[in-house]
Design a protein around this ligand. Structure first.
Ligand code: XMP
Length: 512
């Protein structure tokens, strides 16, 4: 398998290392990420056509700078150094080339101007591009035999160097990230024109690879996977169900806080995707009792986490499996990374469930958009990827100010379904990023039938956003509001309906 890999990426500690690999996959090329100390051994076995040195956190002068073997320079294999990688290429030829900054990093967009005599690396690009920079030190002068092929106007930073004779190329900015507006042309030029690689990767390969790698890691063992109905775990289960057969147990814990019809929907998704899903619902009461002991949002969240952990452990034990599959993605690992080689990053990332099972993370090389593409391949997109998000602790969060009971859960569950139905009828549901229906536990006066009653209120919150870091209210028309009020106030315990279009900040998306 590894014999076919044409591009070697040396992981020198950059948070973007996985993104280099993803960009190469996007361009149709396999690559492997290897720790610098293992690189020569790997090259001996695999004979790659090109080497990419990633960026890194340390500077070349630092004691903890990654140890890139100098022998790489003698192999006659083209090398592209990115950020730290480029600085190392300069430094290893001439120690006086690096400008050390004491304070402040160049971080953010820069305008990169290419030299008139356009380098092979930049063929197909105009005179300049917007690129993403993230560095402290920089290359101040080039070693003998090297040429400067790009600079940025701000502070005259050398943005690219090369020594074509020695097959060495370097860029200070990051061509692998989307913010660099080169449409991946730079990486493609390096891999295709400079290294002479032919495309060797297609989406089908990814599925095959995920299956083969998981089978290999699992060996004679058996695995469990908790399916939430979300895109990552469901897609992973769909990918692996046919490959692992009875060696994989997919299960879902019904926490009692799901939306109306959700369990049935996940069952249907699972069935269509060929997943043999077991739904475990005998712990619902335990969840309600434990979470119902407090009205504090954070305490509810932590009670949910604790009970979920205990239940998960019990279920896992009952299957007597050896391994647990996790739908962890590359972004999760990057975000929790404290730097260094990829293998090292993985050990930092743990879910807090000490199950005594070995963990396998088959999607840890992949990004959300890739997983969505896999989901599409398995016919899961309608049901999985396009659904509005829903918090793990579910409806438990949406009962505010009074203890959660089964009855109140039922009120919000019904109300949520009614509101969704009305929004769908008006073709609004898909335009809204998230709809939240929450019960306000403060009683106020109302009139029901012939008498005054004191009842709860419901809050309907509709928001739009791209990333949920900030949200804007999605304003509903008078007609839609009236229809919602009429539907929700039919319940004997509900006397008022409020609408909440407050942006985040100052509010959050959830109403908890
Ligand atoms: P906030 O309220 O922080 O929510 O603006 C942002 C997005 O995250 C969802 N959310 C959660 N999702 N487990 C989840 O899986 C959780 O505990 C959780 N809390 C909030 C929220 O629904 C919104 O889409």
């Amino acid at each position: 398998m590894e014999k076919d890999i044409q591009i070697l990426i040396l992981d020198l500690g950059s948070q973007y290392t996985q993104i280099i690999r993803r960009s190469l996959r996007y361009l149709g090329f396999h690559s492997a990420i290897v720790h610098p100390e293992k690189s020569l051994e790997w090259i001996g076995k695999n004979r790659p056509k090109g080497i990419i040195l990633s960026g890194g956190r340390a500077g070349v002068y630092d004691a903890d700078a990654p140890k890139v073997p100098k022998k790489l320079l003698d192999l006659n294999i083209p090398i592209l150094g990115i950020c730290f990688g480029m600085q190392w290429l300069a430094y290893v030829h001439d120690k006086n080339t690096i400008h050390r900054v004491k304070e402040g990093k160049s971080y953010g967009p820069v305008e990169v101007n290419f030299d008139k005599k356009k380098s092979k690396l930049f063929q197909g690009l105009g005179e300049k591009i917007q690129a993403w920079a993230s560095h402290g030190d920089s290359v101040r002068s080039v070693p003998e035999g090297f040429a400067v092929t790009a600079t940025s106007s701000l502070g005259n930073v050398i943005e690219a160097i090369e020594c074509e004779k020695k097959k060495l190329w370097g860029v200070e900015f990051h061509p692998e990230v989307q913010e660099t507006e080169d449409e991946n042309i730079i990486l493609n030029n390096f891999v295709s024109s400079i290294c002479g690689c032919g495309q060797d990767y297609s989406k089908g390969d990814a599925i095959k690879e995920i299956r083969e790698n998981t089978k290999r890691e699992l060996g004679d063992g058996t695995a469990i996977i908790g399916v939430s109905g979300g895109v990552d775990s469901t897609t992973l289960s769909a990918i692996l169900a046919p490959a692992l057969g009875s060696k994989l147990k997919s299960f879902m814990i019904d926490t009692g806080g799901m939306r109306k019809g959700e369990i049935e929907k996940v069952r249907e998704i699972a069935k269509n995707a060929g997943i043999n899903l077991e739904v475990i619902d005998k712990y619902k009461e335990k969840f309600i009792t434990e979470i119902g002991k407090t009205i504090d949002a954070e305490e509810k969240r932590s009670a949910f986490r604790r009970v979920y952990g205990e239940v998960f452990k019990e279920v896992a034990k009952s299957y007597k499996s050896t391994h647990m599959l996790q739908g962890t993605l590359a972004t999760d690992l990057i975000e929790s990374a404290s730097g260094g080689e990829s293998a090292l990053i993985k050990t930092h990332h743990n879910v807090d469930l000490d199950l005594g099972l070995k963990e396998i993370m088959p999607l840890s090389d992949y990004f959300k958009f890739e997983v969505r593409e896999f989901a599409h391949k398995f016919g899961l997109d309608e049901l999985v990827s396009k659904r509005q998000p829903f918090p793990g602790p579910g409806l438990y969060l949406r009962i505010v100010g009074v203890p959660v009971t089964e009855e109140l859960l039922e009120v919000v569950r019904e109300a949520d379904a009614e509101v969704a139905g009305i929004l769908k009828k008006h073709n609004l549901y898909d335009k809204i990023s998230q709809t939240i229906v929450a019960l306000l536990g403060v009683k106020s006066v109302g009139v029901k039938g012939d008498g005054r009653v004191y009842g709860y209120s419901l809050v309907v919150r509709t928001v739009e956003t791209n990333d949920f870091m900030t949200v804007k209210g999605f304003y509903l028309s008078k007609k839609v509001c009236e229809e919602i009020i009429s539907a929700l106030s039919r319940h004997s315990q509900i006397v008022r309906v409020f609408f909440d279009f407050t942006p985040k900040p100052p509010a959050t998306t959830e109403f908890e």
